[in-house]
Write a protein that binds this ligand. Sequence first.
Ligand code: CU
Length: 109
Amino acid sequence: MTSLFAMAASLAASAQQPQEIRITASEFSFKPSRIQVSQGEIKIVVTNRGRFPHSLAIVGRKEKIAYIDSGETQSLNVRFDKAEELVFYCAQPGHRRKGMEGKLMVGRR
Ligand SMILES: [Cu+2]
């Protein structure tokens, strides 16, 4: 019985609010461009402070924010189950090449 309670407690803990990270996009960078998160559910909030539309994609993941107009804020929930280092970037034509990319480090270093 005790172990059942312990399991229920840990399930409740894992159902907590996702970690939230906030990123600003502009011409032509993301700030911050290096982000460290723990494994689990992450809410990525991106605000476009630039004049051009931007986006946020993650290499190897289907989830993305396809279009963020100037002045808009959009968010994306993504789950990361293993420790890994991912690259995120803006998928608008030419933007990644001009510097719109960053590193997302999942898990402990
Ligand atoms: Cu862009």
